[in-house]
Every structure is written in C-alpha cells, then in structure tokens.
Design a protein around this ligand. Structure first.
Ligand code: ATP
Ligand code: MG
Length: 153
C-alpha cells in the first residue's frame, strides 16, 4: 500500500495496528484486497463518524467477494444479506438500535459465527458483542475532503 503511514502511535505496542491514508479509489482497492482473504465466520467491525466511508468500504468488500446485487445501506433494515458472492455477506448497521442487546433478538450469533462474512457499521455501539477475533477498522477524515485515515487492528 503506497500510503502506509507506519504503526499508529496511539495503538498499544503489543498489538498489530496499521494506519493508511487513502482516497476513495484506494479505499475501494483496500476493500477488494481485504475481501480476497476473508473466510467464513470472519467479522469486520467498522467505526467512524457519519459519512466516514463505512458503507463505501462495505460495498468494496462486497465487490471483492463477487457480490452481484446492489449493496445498499441497511440503516433502516439493520441487516442486509447477500448470497451471490464467494461467501455470504451479512451487512449490519447498528446505528438505530436503541440498545445493544437488541442484537440478541436479531439472532446475531447465527451471523457472526455462521457460514458467511459479517460487516458491522457503528461497531463501537455494540462493542460487547464484537468477537475478539474481529478485524477492527477505524475510518477517520484526513487532511482533505477526499482523504481518509484507516487504522486496522
Ligand atoms: N477516501 C474516501 N473514502 C471513502 N469515502 C470517501 C472518501 N473520500 C470521500 N468519500 C465520500 O464520503 C462518503 C462516505 O459515505 P458512506 O455512506 O460510505 O459513509 P458511512 O460511514 O457509511 O456513513 P453513515 O454513518 O451515514 O453510515 C461518500 O460520499 C464518499 O464518496
Ligand atoms: Mg453507512
């Protein structure tokens, strides 16, 4: 990755933690690359403010998995499921949950520990439910409108 900024100094020293700066095309490429190495049962926990790029990254992951459906934000439906790719993709947006425990009503375990890949937008709102093994990606705004800084750990 050309825009590798080095280990993020806020990260605990014992953990793998990388920071990248990227424009939208680079972020999409990153999503494609990430998708190629995903396996059933993987959970990707996305954090970042409104408009950070969580849905944009999820769409790129879907593309990388070969999903042919149009991927839309599950802001109101909470979960969208796609089965046309290499692995099933379960796309959560938990922004509108009134309480994290609502995940239990939604049967989250069937998704998180199932036969597909789960991507969760606003994962920090349900942090108690995020498996330790999840790929955690934080998206922050960079210096210009088109820049985002991604931290993966
Ligand atoms: N480097 C970049 N990476 C991703 N998106 C970018 C970048 N630069 C600009 N953008 C724009 O930022 C917006 C990101 O919107 P997106 O819906 O993906 O955010 P979100 O984090 O899902 O927001 P929400 O919290 O509302 O769900 C898009 O309009 C996209 O075109
Ligand atoms: Mg979104």
């Amino acid at each position: 990755m050309s825009n590798y900024l080095g280990p993020h100094y806020y990260c605990p020293i014992s953990r793998l933690c990388y920071t990248f700066q990227m424009d939208e095309n680079e972020l999409r490429e990153y999503g494609h690359t990430l998708a190629y190495r995903l396996e059933a049962g993987d959970v990707i926990a996305l954090t970042g403010e409104l408009g950070a790029g969580k849905t944009t990254l999820t769409k790129a992951i879907a593309e990388g998995l070969g999903v042919t459906d149009t991927v839309t934000s599950p802001t109101f439906t909470l979960i969208n499921e796609y089965y046309s790719g290499r692995l099933p993709l379960f796309h959560f947006d938990v922004y509108r949950l009134t309480d994290a425990s609502e995940l239990e009503t939604l049967g989250y375990e069937e998704y998180f520990f199932g036969k597909g890949v789960t991507v969760i937008e606003w994962a920090d709102l349900v942090s108690d439910y995020i498996p330790d093994t999840a790929i955690k990606i934080k998206i922050e705004r960079g210096n210009s409108d088109d820049d985002r800084v991604l931290t993966e750990n």
